[in-house]
Design a protein around this ligand. Structure first.
Ligand code: ADP
Length: 363
């Protein structure tokens, strides 16, 4: 059967294990040989025990685990051609010419580059006597399918990334927990949530946890935001509320593009209202814990579709990512999505927020 390898790369997220499991089991079901590559691209470059053949039971009991059981890494070697030459050799020696990459836009960009490089990497390996002409001929095409694992939901081309829903669960559990203690002491709590340059987690968490105010990168508040926040908090208290909850996305910025931080918001509130105000930075708690049912199912569906895409690939097939479009898992061009994601990041930097939000919407 065809050789298929699956690996997780870049930042981890809940639901990656479900995706790995589905790739292994669907791969075996269709008669492929399936391999894990441990520690992302680093394992591909290092080879040896990092590349292991998988069987049906090697993915038992992982669907409920957070993170990624096969490890993830940031790998500088793979950015160099030398590293990619080693990686190519390690794959060819095991008959692997089909890759499933689960990661963010960096990992997917690396995979695309690897495919573009593949013919010249093989030629170099033959020239150096590391592989034979026969091995080169038998492995001449590399097929790539990607899945986006990220809690941030910041990738263009898919409605949801694997891990976002679980991270939202962590955030609203935390907000609910804090609201109880805030109520007791009539406190104002400011929670900083992750999301890099995307406000999705903060916005949806705010809507679903009855927060009083939210700061997100895509919608910088008016210049007089301090006054607006204080008026809102005063109004809430005057209506009998005993607590306030404010969410700040880690990428939140003001009209000048300067960061809005939890500390900055706290200062405004304490200076103007004198409320007992506390800050909680949720940090990596958001990436942990068990994956939600939604993320488990998303990983299962995407993983199964990824294997089918590889099995149907021809030498002309371009790399794709499996995306969620409405309720369907579909294949979309990998590089198109990566380029669009990068264009959104640029638009955000240039403070063209409407453009960024429109581009990020469904393609
Ligand atoms: P993410 O996939 O979450 O965006 P990174 O941007 O850190 O995370 O990328 C993960 C890994 O993918 C990097 O450590 C590197 O090994 C590989 N990678 C990223 N960009 C490239 C690139 N342009 N060329 C080759 N490899 C890359």
């Amino acid at each position: 059967g065809k050789g298929v390898a699956v690996f997780t790369s870049g930042g981890d997220s809940q639901g990656m294990n479900a995706a790995v499991r589905a790739v292994v089991r669907m791969g075996l079901y269709v008669g492929a040989r399936v391999f894990f590559i441990k520690e992302g691209y680093q394992g591909m470059v290092d080879g040896g025990d990092h590349i292991q053949e998988a069987n049906w039971s090697s993915v038992s009991g992982i669907i409920h685990k957070g993170g990624t059981v096969i490890g993830s890494a940031r790998c500088t070697d793979f950015r160099q051609r030398d590293g990619r030459v080693k990686a190519a050799k390690n794959l060819i020696k095991r008959g692997i010419t089909n890759l499933v990459v689960i990661g963010g836009d960096g990992s997917l960009t690396g995979a695309n580059l690897f495919k573009q490089d593949w013919p010249s990497l093989l030629s170099l390996l033959v020239k150096n006597g590391e592989i034979t002409e026969e091995e080169k001929a038998a492995n001449s095409h590399l097929n790539i399918v990607g899945m986006v694992g990220s809690i941030d939901n910041d990738f263009c081309g898919t409605d949801m990334t694997i891990g976002t829903d679980s991270a939202l669960h962590r955030i609203i559990e935390a907000v609910d927990a804090i609201a109880a203690t805030a109520y007791s002491h009539q406190r104002c709590f400011i929670l900083e949530v992750m999301g890099r340059h995307c406000g999705y987690l903060a916005l949806v968490a705010a809507l679903t946890s009855e927060a009083d105010y939210v700061f997100i990168p895509e919608n910088p508040p008016p210049e007089n935001w301090g006054e607006k926040v204080c008026n809102k908090l005063k109004q809430e208290r005057s209506m009998g509320q005993r607590l306030n909850i404010i969410l700040v996305a880690e990428g939140a910025i003001d009209q000048q593009g300067d960061p809005i931080t939890a500390e900055g918001v706290k200062k405004v509130i304490v200076d103007n209202l004198g409320f007992d105000t506390r800050i909680t930075v949720l940090g990596h708690v958001q990436r942990g814990g068990s994956p939600s049912a939604f993320d488990r199912l998303l990983g299962c569906r995407m993983g199964a579709e990824a294997v089918l895409a590889l099995m149907e690939a021809t030498p002309e097939t371009e790399p794709c990512v499996i995306s969620l479009d409405g309720n369907q898992s579909v294949r979309v061009p990998l590089m198109g999505c990566v380029l669009k994601t990068q264009a959104v990041a640029r638009a955000m930097q240039e403070r063209k927020w409407d453009e960024a939000v429109t581009m990020r919407g469904r393609s």
